[in-house]
Write a protein that binds this ligand. Structure first.
Ligand code: MN
Length: 243
């Protein structure tokens, strides 16, 4: 029997073991809820390890049917022309370079992309946007976007969705989300539009203009999909577009 499930590339993180038999040992990994969400949505997840080899990046983009950009550490502010401020978090410059190159290669091939948290931020940077290095650098007070609940899937704030967007097709005008970010989009990249906001005017969703589905969300739907099944719709949308 042959399967027609699309292959979804899932961008990997680089980690360093701290408490183990091999401290300092580097590892390539993704949190399981990303790959489980792709699988539950009907796709075949393939983990894509960080590489700086341009030919590998090009071939990876050709091999996959769609791309899931995962969350992780902050984007290096040098990527958007800023020096690091005091509240800037940890970075992974190698991963930034990889994901920016892979994302552009996938979009050039007109394949669909779904980007989560850091993934949304990478997408914005890749096409010329900028970030607030920390929410405290915004002149007005914001909501708490780094939620404190033990259950990572808990809903913590509202997100308001713009009409005529994929996110509106998926959720309608409002959705409750979790929130684990201390940075946010400042200037939106050219060719992208903001399609979701929180009540304090923080960007919670962006989409690329054009006929291919390129969607990013600032929250973590993969951590919610278990208990809030409608969050799986985001992954189903990616799988459908990749089919
Ligand atoms: Mn948020």
């Amino acid at each position: 029997m042959s399967s027609n499930k699309p292959i979804i590339g899932v961008s990997a993180d680089i980690g360093v073991e701290e408490e183990s038999k091999f401290p300092g040992h580097r590892q390539t990994f993704v949190y399981e809820d990303y790959v489980k969400s792709v699988e539950s949505a009907g796709g075949i997840p393939i983990v894509l390890p960080v590489t700086t080899d341009e030919e590998i990046v090009k071939q990876l983009a050709e091999e996959i049917d769609g791309l899931l950009l995962t969350g992780g550490v902050d984007v290096n502010p040098l990527e958007y022309g800023e020096e690091p401020l005091e509240q800037q978090g940890g970075i992974s410059p190698e991963r930034d370079k990889f994901e920016i190159a892979l994302l552009k290669a996938v979009i050039d091939l007109k394949k669909p992309v779904f980007a989560i948290c850091r993934g949304l931020q990478i997408m914005n940077i890749a096409y010329g946007g900028t970030l607030y290095q920390d929410l405290t650098y915004i002149s007005k007070k914001t909501l708490k976007h780094q939620q404190g609940s033990v259950n990572l899937g808990d809903e913590t704030h509202s997100v308001f969705v713009e009409k005529d967007s994929y996110l509106h097709d998926i959720f309608g005008e409002k959705v409750m989300t979790n929130s684990f970010h201390h940075q946010a989009v400042k200037e939106v990249a050219k060719g992208f539009k903001v399609t979701a906001w929180s009540k304090d005017d923080i960007v919670e969703g962006i989409e690329k203009e054009g006929d291919c589905s390129v969607v990013g969300v600032q929250w973590h739907p993969e951590r919610m999909a278990d208990e809030h099944e409608h969050m799986l719709k985001l992954f189903k949308h990616l799988v459908k577009e990749a089919s």
